[in-house]
Design a protein around this ligand. Structure first.
Ligand code: C5P
Length: 232
């Protein structure tokens, strides 16, 4: 069954306290059903907030970008699965992805981060890689597919290329979304919600265009409406 547009919007709770997150979730009400918790909120009490969100019928994406020895990744993934979260990110190293996929339980799905979008070819070279960003993204997307990862986080610009590699079974989750006229902030590669859906994204991650809007609920509803009209 195709997903409703509202289920495809993930709002990034990039806020500094659980109180601020609770206030935003209350403001957004039934306009939003899926939330992302990243480093900022996770390390400010946000991990304990996951069960409150899932208890209220919301889905949670824990953007913790795990990367450690396999045993440690596996134990962490089991704890995250018990928290009720739906999505968890890991860095797309084969050993890490395999440990996470083997340890996932229940509703938890594992997403791979191929190459951080702040990296360019010079950053990769400085980190000891002998590949360009597109080469490494393509190689890691293929490994994610072969290992059985559930989805990939990528910019909407990369979505069509990654879809060609991973096929239709993996979910593509895309940040860097900006409705027409919204400030880009520090995002370098941005796309409108409709263009991202048309490019093959399954889920859109949106932070500041909703969090910093004068009326966050209206901003979320406008994005969902734009997604509903997009062709994919
Ligand atoms: O505020 P904005 O809409 O730019 O937020 C996008 C969210 O997606 C942030 O939480 C950011 O950390 C996350 N993200 C990203 N680019 C990636 C991976 C995650 O912007 N490559």
């Amino acid at each position: 069954m195709p997903m409703q547009p509202r289920e495809r919007l993930i709002v990034a709770l990039d806020l500094s306290s659980v109180e601020a997150a609770q206030a935003m979730v209350a403001k957004l009400g039934d306009a939003v059903s899926f939330y992302k918790i990243g480093y900022q909120l996770a390390y400010a009490g946000g991990l304990a907030y996951v069960s409150a969100l899932t208890g209220a019928g919301k889905r949670v994406f824990l953007d913790l970008k795990l990367h450690d020895i396999g045993h440690t990744v596996a134990q962490g993934v089991k704890s995250v699965a018990n928290s009720g979260a739906s999505f968890l990110t890991v860095h797309a190293y084969p050993q890490t992805m395999k440990a996470a996929v083997d340890a996932r339980e229940g509703n938890l799905r594992i997403l791979a981060v191929t190459v951080l979008t702040s990296y360019d070819d010079a950053d990769l070279a400085a980190a000891g890689y002998h590949a360009t960003v597109p080469e490494l993204v393509a190689a890691r997307a293929g490994q994610a597919r072969d290992i059985g990862v559930d989805g990939v986080v990528c910019s909407a610009e990369e979505a069509a290329n990654i879809r060609a590699i991973v096929g239709t079974k993996l979910a593509l989750v895309t940040p860097g979304i900006r409705p027409a006229g919204a400030a880009a902030g520090d995002q370098k590669r941005i796309m409108t919600p409709a263009a991202a859906i048309a490019a093959g994204a399954d889920y859109l991650v949106v932070g500041r265009p909703i969090l910093a809007a004068p009326d966050p609920k209206a901003a979320a509803q406008a994005i969902v409406a734009e997604m509903a009209h997009a062709k994919n």
